[in-house]
Ligand binder design. Structure first.
Ligand SMILES: [Fe+2]
Ligand SMILES: [Fe+2]
Length: 279
């Protein structure tokens, strides 16, 4: 679908959320060559709940690396400007998950599971930075939560159709909404000016073929998240769907069937031990 057509339909249908203002400002600042730690700290500190959330993520096993980070300035120094983009994105996504219905809960568990699975795959294959995989996994399906928040009754029909007719989420969404969580998510990622790798993974995590990307790492990120998604659906982390193992594509990541089986077991353990400590 052409981008402006899609945008028109989406804006007529969906209440597109805006990025928290503090997050927008931080993303803009970290992209500038002239930003100081002080400037970033000032902006972030003005928003108490955002600051608290950032510190929680900064102290997660992925960033904290065993030390306790108690101020925004320390977080920026230890984590670095570049990782701030991921951190701020993760903190912004949590805002979309305020509702506490069953779908929202399952969706959050799925996102967390895919996030942990993707970073596990990145660590095992050395094809990608685990942190990039972590945020890619967390964000990949965020279009779904926006559709559900905006039009819960229609989204209920999507879920019913998936269960009753055994069709894929993307097909059911396309039929009921005229667009799906991938193109909606990518549109929001562009509006929010999120980093390009995140926009790409949101748009292409269900694609069978990829367009030529400007950065070859984008394709790896999509493949990692696709495999991580299948692992969680198979294990029933968040949602459960029967997965055709011959189509998972773990060979593309250089994994053998035995290695992949071991990773499935490890993912179950990692999910239980890490889910409370992240985000
Ligand atoms: Fe998806
Ligand atoms: Fe997913």
């Amino acid at each position: 679908m052409k981008e402006d057509m899609l945008e028109k339909i989406v804006l007529e249908t969906i209440d597109v959320p805006s990025i928290p203002p503090v997050a927008a400002k931080v993303l803009q600042l970290v992209n500038s060559d002239y930003t100081s730690i002080n400037q970033l700290e000032n902006i972030i500190s003005q928003d108490q709940s955002f600051s608290t959330r950032l510190l929680k993520i900064a102290n997660s096993p992925y960033y904290g690396r065993g030390r306790s980070i108690d101020s925004i300035a320390t977080a920026i120094i230890i984590i670095g400007f570049n990782s701030m983009k991921s951190l701020v994105t993760a903190a912004s996504l949590k805002d979309l998950h305020r509702k506490s219905g069953l779908f929202e809960q399952k969706h959050w568990e799925h996102s967390l599971g895919v996030s942990i699975a993707a970073s596990l795959l990145a660590t095992e294959t050395h094809m990608l930075a685990p942190e990039e995989a972590l945020i890619g996994g967390l964000i990949h399906d965020f279009g779904k939560i926006v559709m559900n928040n905006s039009l819960p009754d229609q989204y209920r029909s999507v879920i019913d159709r998936i269960n009753e007719e055994n069709i894929s989420t993307v097909v059911a969404e396309d039929e009921i909404f005229g667009f799906n969580h991938c193109n909606l998510g990518a549109l929001i990622a562009r509006k929010w000016k999120l980093p390009a790798n995140l926009e790409v993974v949101v748009e292409y995590h269900h694609a069978e073929h990829y367009p030529p990307f400007e950065d070859s790492g984008y394709e790896t990120l999509c493949q990692v998240v696709q495999v991580a998604d299948a692992m969680c659906l198979h294990l029933g982390i968040g949602m459960q769907v029967a997965v055709d193992f011959s189509k998972i594509g773990f060979e593309q990541l250089g994994l053998t069937a035995e290695h992949f089986e071991t990773l499935l077991k490890k993912l179950k353990e990692d999910y239980i031990s890490q889910k409370g400590q992240l985000f």
